[in-house]
Design a protein around this ligand. Sequence first.
Ligand code: NAD
Ligand code: LMR
Length: 329
Amino acid sequence: MSSTPVNVTVTGAAGQIGYALLFRIASGQLLGADTPVRLRLLEIPQAVRAAEGTAMELEDSAFPALAGVDVFDDAKRAFEGTNVALLVGARPRTKGMERGDLLSANGGIFRPQGEAINSGAADDIRVLVVGNPANTNALIAQTHAPDVPAERFTAMTRLDHNRAIAQLAKKLGVPSSEIKKITIWGNHSATQYPDIFHAQVGGRSGAEAVGDEKWIAEEFIPRVAKRGAEIIEVRGASSAASAASAAIDHVYSWVNGTPEGDWTSAALPSDGSYGVPEGLISSFPVTSAGGRFEIVQGLELDAFSREKIDASVRELAEEREAVRALGLI
Ligand code: NAD
Ligand code: LMR
């Protein structure tokens, strides 16, 4: 076991994703079993007591890799010296709330968190935003952390990526381990584009292996893109353990690299690749090596894929305009 613990801050620690996430981090699945972790939990004052209860349960688990747990209700303190920040806490949309109200409420969370990361986090800080609307919340935080390299701010589309793998594996009757190079493009919303034309299954493209474009367009894509809503309808609450699992996968891939011959999906600030306007936090196919995500280059996009990517990117540009108009970035 290496000696210096990695500081991991989790916001929304008393929420349902937090509860599923913290035990997996503490058991060594975020960074590797040999890397000790010190957890820093951030909650709003009303939920601090619940977070303290979770901290007690973490202590009771006697995880060998857990070096300690601290609970905060102050962002500045929670992000001090942080190496990995998982921004899970967000303001959910409630009945009668307009989109602008939702963006404003989240601006009130992600702006101060971005500022706190800028002033106090460790030099190697990596940020994953899970709280919705994840891409635009990440943009707000990133804008308010001008001293942190922009590419250290990412938003989560790994859950969509995993959902796409699962749906394709089920359709083809193969284990999920046989599906490679799935891509989620665009926003973590119903406009996202899960792409199986570049995916590989046993030497063929995912689309070839399926051999049914109608299924792809009319079943696969909407099922993956609307899976979050389907879970809410069936479970009565939004996905939690699968979201936590995807957050673990995202950070693990970022820190430890992606396997040879495969890639994953992550939303990160666009460098203009594939015509996505620079700075938008959009999902791309990415590999990771040496602790850095790189956008996979040179994929050919046919008219179908192009149109789907453009639609999701348009939505991201509209969200950016909306938060700009609200003075949040
Ligand atoms: P939840 O309501 O159970 O928990 C959210 C927690 O965040 C609450 O405990 C709340 O007190 C806390 N919180 C609110 N504002 C905070 C702040 N300023 N600082 C710290 N904590 C704060 O919600 P959940 O089910 O855990 O989901 C959390 C978020 O993740 C939601 O926005 C949800 O939509 C989103 N989500 C994203 C994905 C994805 O794939 N990107 C998937 C599932 C859920
Ligand atoms: C999901 O994809 O499961 C969530 O983003 C859904 C939601 O709105 O919380």
